[in-house]
Each structure stands twice: as C-alpha cells, then as structure tokens.
Write a protein that binds this ligand. Sequence first.
Ligand code: FRU
Length: 476
Amino acid sequence: APYREQHRPQLHYTPARHWVNDPNGLIVVNGVYHLFYQHNPHADVPGHLSWGHAISSDLLHWAEQPVALVARENHMIFSGSAVTDWHNTSGLGDGSRPPLIALYTGHADDHPQRQHLAQRHHQAQFLAHSNDGGQTWKAGPEAVLDLNRADFRDPKVFWDEARRRWVMLAVHPDERQIEFFHSDNLHVWTSLSLFGPTGNLAGIWEVPDFFPLTDENGQERWVLKVDFNPGGPYGGSGAQYWVGDFDGVAFTPLTDARPLEGGKDFYAALSFSDLPGRRVWLAWMNNWQYAQWLPTFPWRGSFTVPRELTLGSHLRLIQRPVSELKALRNRTLPLTWPGDANPVTFPLCGKHAHELQARLTLQEGQMVRFEFLSVAGIEGTLEVGPTGLSLIRPDHAPSLSGWGGVHRAPFPEAAAELDLQLFLDTSSLEVFAAHGQVVITDLLLPAAPITTLKIVGDGHQVVLEATLYELHSIWR
Ligand code: FRU
C-alpha cells in the first residue's frame, strides 16, 4: 500500500511502523535481496532490538516481511552480517540447499554469566541459520564467540577465498579496535589480529565492514570501514575508511583514515554478501545525535539509496547510486537555465522524489546555488563551487540538537567541469559529485512539501546542462 504521511520517503525503504537503525545481514539469495535491520517492533525508540526484514528483486521496491530474529528473553539482537554457507561447513544445511548463516551480537543487559559486577551489560557473537533462503531463522542457544566483554559487537563475516576459510571481524568500541578471527565451520573462532586504535579517536567505534575492491592498476585492495560516535565533523556520529592490504591475518592500511561523507546522515553502512562482480552497500540515513527524536510518525529511521563502490585514483573510495535507480524515472521535467545572474524557479511535485543530473562549467570563484523550497521557505540549499559542495540545512527543527548547519565536502582536485547527481526525497537529499568521489547525505525536515527548485547564480556566466526527473514512488 502506498504510504503518504508527511516526511514518508517515496524513494527509500521504511517499515510501516516503529524504530529502525543499522542495516544488518545484507545478502542476495537466488536473485532476491534481503535487507535486515535493527528494529524495535513495539515502539519508535530503540528497545526490544530485533532484526526487521524486507525483500526486493531490484534493490528499489522492498516488501516488508515478518521480523526475522526476535529479541530473546535474555538478549537483544544487535547488528551483524550474513553469508551463504555454500559448502555446508557449519553442518546446519538440511541437505537440499546451502544454509544461510547470520552472525549477530547478543546484547544482554543482565547476563547470567556476568562475572564483573561493574559490567552494565554483556555482548557476545551468536549464530543463527536459515534453511529456507532467509525467510525464517533459528538462533543457537549459546554464543559462538564470547570474550566476556561488556562491549564487543557488530560481526562482519566473509569467505576468505585465498585461504579457504571464514573470517570475521568485530569491534571493541571503547578500545577503538577491530579484531579479526578465522574459522573453518563458523562455530569456532580463533583470533588473528587487532587493528587500531588509529584514525578518529573522539568517540567509540562501531559497525565495521571489510571487502576487496580492484584498484586502478588491477590489483586487489581491501577497504576497512568503521563508524564512530561521537566525533563526527558536525557533531554526533560519522564514518571513516582505510584502503590497504589483507594477508589473511592482518589488515595493513596504505592510506590514512578518510571521511566517507560530507553530510551528517550516513552511519553503519553494510555491503551485500553474495553479490558477484559488484560491491553495493547502503547505510542508516541518520545520526545518533538526533535519531531518537526525529518528528516522523509512525516510523522512525530509513536507509540511503544503495550505492555501488569502486576504487579511484589515490585509492579513493568511489560511491555511485546503483544504476537500477534509473528504472524509477517517470517524467522529465523542464529545466533550462541561462546561467546568468537571474534566479530561475522550476516546479517540483511535492508528493514524489526527484533526481537531478547536471554538468556544470565553473570558473574559479564562481558559485551556483540550488535552493529547495516549500511554501514555508527554504528547506535546504546546495552550493556548488569549483572547490567543493556545501549543503546548508536550515535550523527550523529547534528541538533537534545539531540539526541546522553547513555540511561541506571539498573536491579532491578543483575542476572546471563538474558532474552532479542528486536524489531529493520527501525528507532527504543525497548528492554525488566529481564522479562519485564526493557525497553528501543529509536528512531534511521540510515544514511543507518541497515544490520548487530555485537555481541562483552569482552573476558570472555559468554553463549548466541538467536533466530533472520526477521519480516513481517505490510503494505500489
Ligand atoms: C550502531 C549500533 C551498533 C549496535 C546497534 C544496536 O548504530 O550501536 O554498534 O550493534 O547499533 O542497535
């Protein structure tokens, strides 16, 4: 059924009701994409954390499913990942098809085996399996990896083809360390190495992702992504990555820690398992600074559009919206701009999401502004100059601390010719520029639907070629 509430995304998945945070267990099974996610099935604040579930055949249209892993009596189901156990190394297959294995963090607020009274809680890694392609799951009674820590979470598991064994990494949040483990059967895990502390040390670390990509010279490199909270550039949470080498034991970075985002609402990104030939991830489009207070109802929380990852020059991570999104283009709306000092406005359909594709030629010191307006005024402004992008989010959600501000993303190199791709949904803006080298992801909370795009120059002559699309809603 189509959702039509104020702020309800028309391009991004949300469950009908209640709280959402990290994407979990992203996996492709027989051509079906599974999106699991941190979910409170009972309320619109964190609690009873479980794995919510949605499926899609095209990465665009998602159908909500029954909760896949329900919070257990003695622990909540925190974040984790999933793989297909092709060779049934776990022994959990039923003989007809390979089992799916999920590794997740069990979070106990009062763990019976707690040994240190000072521990407020206890986290350990648990295994669940599915014999029906991801629809239903059965969790094991005991943790498969318990270091008797209060905080130790967010397992990311993958098959290390070179060593022919499983590798898992999980985070020690307070130590700002990632620990790598290996296993032959997904049940018994042996420590391999530690990475960190390094990079952003202002907050705790959470939700690692780790995967190979081919660099410009055709050589395999490994990307390690780690989120942190707080310590984000504009307050609240943020995300960083390194590119380097992995020898089956340890990760050796070849780059410094780099920010993933120029915006404020990109957290806990996770890439799909078992998606051959591509690496696609999506993130929780939110920031822990205000996530629990977003004025949306009856759901709270959403995800970014899926983004395909590659490596560019200087081992930079490139993020591009998946090409599947083109299938949502419904109508092309007129957009021509003479490029002079006169502002021009273009009508948008307040009910739908829009995509803008643009190419700009900018001289040094020039600036173009894209203003997104409702009847109430400016709801967001994107400033594009030859050295970078800025997204200005107006502070008209005064109850949300850290909401208003200017989020800036510099280009790695100044360029006269600039490509821009932008997805405007009812309550978010995702901007990709400079061939996917620069991304800004921000939530918006327009006072009324955004019905106008206004383009404003700075008096210099600018060349702009642009196409504006109204997008079909993903709800049918
Ligand atoms: C990140 C996080 C994870 C944890 C989950 C709990 O947003 O804090 O570290 O597993 O959310 O919902």
